[in-house]
Design a protein around this ligand. Structure first.
Ligand SMILES: Nc1ncnc2c1ncn2[C@@H]1O[C@H](COP(=O)(O)OP(=O)(O)O)[C@@H](O)[C@H]1O
Ligand SMILES: [Mg+2]
Length: 344
């Protein structure tokens, strides 16, 4: 378990102080995949570097399994750092060493036996799917393969925690997917707690259990990923979610006065949000049957997060103003959230 207690980190330069992380309190549970999302400059890297004390917090405590790292002597801290692996956007491989030597490096550095190193490195290369690249040099590898080497190297000392700082930000979407799948595998097979920093909501959606949203050095929202997606509170969280769906397109269409949203008297545009598991009834049919309303679907979006389906529909309906509230109430009783986006 990782606990950050009231952690702040400031950087002083000649002329001013940058408060990169401000009073962050966070508990990351054993074995979870925890995401930290925020725009560039939000303080994500600084925060995560506080976890292994690559940055020493200006204030606050960093507890790993109850032990406060900020209180440890250098020698004890080194032992703890072995338990925390890290990977980066730019892979940080040694260009003049082979794949094998890169992965072996942390083991050699710690004076492990040659035969032990060989066995461990080969099994790690197998885990990341690079058995056949042991003798290749980083320059001969694709970005995704380089990140696989970096993951193998980070796992060499059998860490309990893996910190990933924008590990997929330099990769194309397909390769990103395969690296995220590998991380999920590592999490499941080895029981390693993973902390993922990203500025991309689809990365969070793909593999995280919980997420913290950072803005201006602070954690402004925190929760399990399904709740964050279905009920975001902070404005910035809503922006990140919109970036992964096409739903905000409706606002653009309205702004552009598009034909599609040109309403006649009595017509409205609604946004319906539903949880796949809670909404079992054929709601469109029921609207027709019970209220003589026949919504036409303008477009929709479905997110599948963990095993939860979160669906949204933008629909055009014709409904009397007096009856609208009644219909909305009916839908909300069926666990469908209704937002009136535009009315004629
Ligand atoms: N070593 C440093 N010295 C001075 N300022 C820094 C240093 N590291 C980060 N910062 C500043 O702290 C803020 C947060 O940076 P960072 O943690 O890298 O954010 P993110 O990873 O979210 O992009 C930024 O304003 C950045 O310029
Ligand atoms: Mg960063």
């Amino acid at each position: 378990m990782i606990q950050l207690i009231d952690v702040s980190k400031s950087f002083n330069s000649d002329s001013h102080t940058v408060h990169a992380v401000k009073e962050v309190n966070l508990t990351i549970r054993e074995g979870e995949i925890f995401g930290v999302i925020g725009y560039s400059g939000a303080g994500k890297s600084t925060l995560v570097r506080c976890i292994n004390l690559l940055e020493r917090p200006t204030k606050g405590k960093v507890l790993i399994d109850g032990v406060d790292l900020t209180k440890l002597r250098e020698k004890d801290l080194r032992a703890y750092r072995q338990k925390i692996g890290m990977i980066f956007q730019q892979f940080n491989l040694l260009g003049s060493r082979t794949v094998f030597e890169n992965v072996a490096f942390p083991l050699k550095y710690r004076g492990r036996k040659k035969s032990e190193i060989r066995e461990r490195v080969l099994s790690l290369l197998e885990l990341v799917g690079l058995e056949d690249k042991a003798n290749a040099y980083p320059s001969q590898l694709s970005g995704g393969q380089k990140q696989r080497v970096a993951i193998a190297r980070a796992l060499a000392t059998e860490p309990k925690i893996l910190l990933c700082d924008e590990a997929t930000s330099a990769l194309d979407p397909q390769t990103t997917k395969s690296i995220l799948r590998l991380l999920k595998d590592v999490n499941r097979k080895l029981g390693i707690t993973i902390v993922i920093i990203t500025h991309e909501m689809h990365v969070i959606k793909e593999i995280c259990n919980r997420v913290a949203v950072m803005e201006g050095g602070r954690v402004v929202e925190l929760g399990d990923v399904v709740s964050i997606f279905s009920k975001p509170k902070a404005q910035i969280t809503k922006e990140f979610i919109n970036s992964t769906s096409n739903l905000s397109k409706i606002d653009e269409l309205i702004k552009e006065k598009s034909q599609i949203v040109d309403l006649k008297a009595g017509e409205r545009i609604w946004r319906l949000d539903f949880h796949g598991s809670e909404t079992k009834e054929p709601i469109i049919v029921q609207l027709a049957k019970n209220f003589h309303i026949e919504p036409s679907i303008i477009f929709g979006n479905v997110e599948v997060i963990s095993d939860t389906v979160l669906g949204s529909l933008i629909v055009l309906v014709k409904v009397d103003q007096e009856r609208e509230q009644e219909v909305i109430k009916y839908l909300e009783e069926k666990q469908i959230k209704v937002e009136v986006i535009k009315y004629a």
